[in-house]
Design a protein around this ligand. Sequence first.
Ligand code: NAP
Length: 344
Amino acid sequence: MASTMKAIAYSAYGGPEVTKLMELPLPTPRAGDVTVRVAAGSLNPVDKHQRNGTFKALIPYSFPAIGGNEFSGVVTALGEGVDRFAVGDSVVCRTEKTAMRAFAEYTTMPAHLCAKAPTTMPLTDAAGLPLASVTAEQCLDLLEVKAGDRVLVTGGAGGVGLFAIQLAKLRGAHVTTTASDAGKPFVEKAGADEVVNYKTTKLADMPQKWTKVLDAAGGDDAILNDVLPAVEDGGKIISIAGPQSPGCFDGVLSWWMKPVINLVIWARARTVLNAAATRNITYQWWFMVPNGDQLAKLVGYVDEGKLVVNIDSRFKMAEFKDAYERLESGRCKGKIVLEIGGNP
Ligand SMILES: NC(=O)c1ccc[n+]([C@@H]2O[C@H](COP(=O)([O-])OP(=O)(O)OC[C@H]3O[C@@H](n4cnc5c(N)ncnc54)[C@H](OP(=O)(O)O)[C@@H]3O)[C@@H](O)[C@H]2O)c1
């Protein structure tokens, strides 16, 4: 076997020009890891922040750094102590939060973060499942969404939003979402009961109010002046895209960094936090946590025909620049798939 592999990697922090197709050493598995021949990866907005260095004070990378935060593929080797999978299993995975390393011919990842891949869809398309679906499910858990609830999901036509709508409907909730005219058919297909065109209508002007909001659209000003006024006193907003709230990065920070970073986060978010607190509204920014068991449950939904992975676009590995350009457009209707090794 060759000692190197092809990978899409960043040569430094920077703009699109630092993303390159490189020949890099094969990874070495640690105890507890699986080695996977990657079929495909999928892009997420966080890829561009990692490349730009937005989070470099929190999670620094050394270069070259292989990009990508989720993938599908076939297990080729098991690290010491792994009994969750067998060689030859098809898996999907949201990578370790500090790692990236999805966009390469081979990767190694802790087995407990992986789940067996859906059997009812192409393995390459399944790369679009892990990150956004687990994020959506965790947000709905934090909101304690249950049958009969009326939920507002902002950013419904994006990767997370389209999963959030479907998963909230599966729980029996009534879902209102925001989308443009271009996004409307997608959110309706996902099951949204009511669609608010965010380009023409303010949530704040809607006659009804919500107690449970999953914000996947963000914008400090939008949270303050549009989302908060649409929430009932005592309601709850779980945001993945608005201003971060203290404690959200604790899971990836060393003990000595926590007070400093949380103070900075509080200072930046204080207008929103104070406005929410005066009306007894909980505002929390959530940083999703990779979780193989939760992912396995969502794979089950896919195979039962209850959850669909909406594919916005598919690119070959050599077309990675086009894939990143599509991501940066901010107009995706679902997931961008970057085919690496292809379907087995
Ligand atoms: N905290 C976490 O753990 C976490 C995890 C995953 C994602 N995120 C964040 O969550 C956000 C959503 O992620 P994603 O993967 O769903 O993004 P995405 O797929 O890139 O979202 C693109 C979609 O958002 C729609 N959109 C843009 N602005 C909007 C607005 N103001 N109101 C309503 N819809 C709007 C666009 O619709 P039109 O083109 O039709 O306008 C487009 O369809 C991103 O900011 C991402 O960084 C955070």
